[in-house]
Design a protein around this ligand. Structure first.
Ligand code: CP3
Length: 356
């Protein structure tokens, strides 16, 4: 495989000097792009798209054809793992993801097994290899997984939720069962991410989208330690290169110092925290990824450029920043605004990387 032509993203993750601040965007391949909608229509459904390595490769590359992005992210979903555990993932039109068989009964919880990624998740591993070939060394490929806590939330609730009543009932009423689900899911995530690394993922990210709804004590018992275990068991080097890890707890700003000590190289931030304050708090221990509010992309090119510059200015001079949004891009984003964002960061960030 050819050497990387653009390793700016990997260098920033390891806090090495770069010429500018690298950018990628959560959900960069998605419904705001007409070409994504066309491929999804050909696939018949979102899940068919995920399950076809060729079509997943096609949509992974779409945002890179349009924009000067510094990384590709595997096109898939975090819920492929519980699907492979037999819970029956489906997407009801307009309602988001659901499971046919949510985890509620003790016998079902006791029977839960970590799937072999080469078996039930073969289509993801094949997609990673196919995307790497198609990228041909242009930019690095990010692999990903949900965090054990976030995956467990979906498995127990059977769908997204605002209150997480079923999860909290289990967490407080049967912590033994909750920990059992987390144990099995942690094993699954480690095997899954290591298989992605083996197949060619050059960095990995763990999405803890729901950790922020926990109390501090519950976060430190049910989410963070499992992510720390994943960090400790991931393959560190592949083909002579370090494989950097990013963790992202949405709503985790309060616990930033603790998250920064979990063994990750970088911490993803949502927009609620000022990235300059975050930088001071992590004291150079990790790189930071984020954190513009994705809703700004729904406004004007001028507002987008102004907010992008505000994030760069707040982070300040030097390496260790990967520009991103504080959460996934909205399907209602005008594609031209993404172009303004990416070009603004590319040009305006150079001044923050010159020697002083
Ligand atoms: O960032 C990328 O471009 C990579 C692809 C990616 C998707 N989902 C594609 C997707 C990634 C990294 C995810 C992660 C994911 N999936 C998370 C964690 C990040 C987060 O958003 O907090 C979560 C919680 C999920 C679960 C999930 N998948 C939900 C809640 C939804 C419905 C929301 C929506 O936008 O409709 C999905 C579907 C989904 N995953 C879509 C995409 C592009 C939209 C599906 C479609 O085409 O209809």
């Amino acid at each position: 495989m050819s050497a990387l032509k653009n390793d700016t993203f990997l260098r920033a993750l390891m806090r090495q000097p770069t010429e500018y601040t690298p950018t990628w965007l959560m959900r960069q391949a998605g419904r705001y792009l007409p070409e994504y909608c066309a491929t999804r229509a050909r696939a018949g459904s979102f899940l068919n798209l995920c399950k076809s390595p060729t079509l997943a490769t096609e949509v992974t590359l779409q945002p890179l054809a349009r924009y000067n992005l510094d990384a590709a992210i595997l096109f898939s979903d975090i819920l492929t793992v519980p699907d492979a555990m037999g819970l029956g993932l489906y997407f009801a039109e307009g309602e988001g993801p659901k499971f046919e068989r949510p985890l509620r009964e003790e016998w079902a919880i006791r029977n839960l097994q970590a799937p072999n990624p080469h078996d039930h998740l073969r289509y993801v591993i094949d997609a990673v290899a196919e995307i790497r070939r198609a990228l041909d060394g242009s930019v690095p490929l990010i692999g990903f997984s949900g965090s054990p806590f976030t995956l467990s939330c979906y498995m127990i609730e059977g769908q997204g939720s605002d209150s997480y009543t079923e999860v909290k009932k289990m967490m407080y009423g049967r912590p033994d069962l909750m920990h059992h689900i987390l144990e099995v899911t942690t094993r699954a995530v480690i095997d899954y991410l290591n298989a992605q690394i083996e197949a060619g993922a050059q960095a990995v990210m763990v999405f803890d989208s729901w950790g922020g709804m926990l109390s501090q004590a519950a976060y430190l018992e049910f989410s963070l330690p499992y992510m720390a275990r994943i960090m400790a068991e991931l393959t560190r080097e592949r083909d002579g290169h370090v494989v950097p890890r990013i963790v992202f707890t949405k709503g985790g700003g309060l616990w930033l110092e603790k998250i920064a000590a979990c063994g990750a190289d970088a911490v993803g931030l949502d927009w609620t925290i000022d990235i300059g304050d975050a930088r001071r708090r992590v004291e150079g221990k990790v790189a930071l990824q984020g954190n513009m509010d994705p809703n700004i992309l729904l406004t004007t090119p001028e507002a987008v450029a102004k907010e992008a510059e505000a994030v760069l200015t707040s982070y300040g001079h030097g390496t260790g920043h990967i520009f991103n949004l504080g959460h996934g891009i909205s399907q209602f984003t005008p594609p031209e605004n993404v172009s303004v964002l990416v070009e603004t960061v590319r040009e305006k960030s150079r001044a923050f990387h010159q020697a002083i």
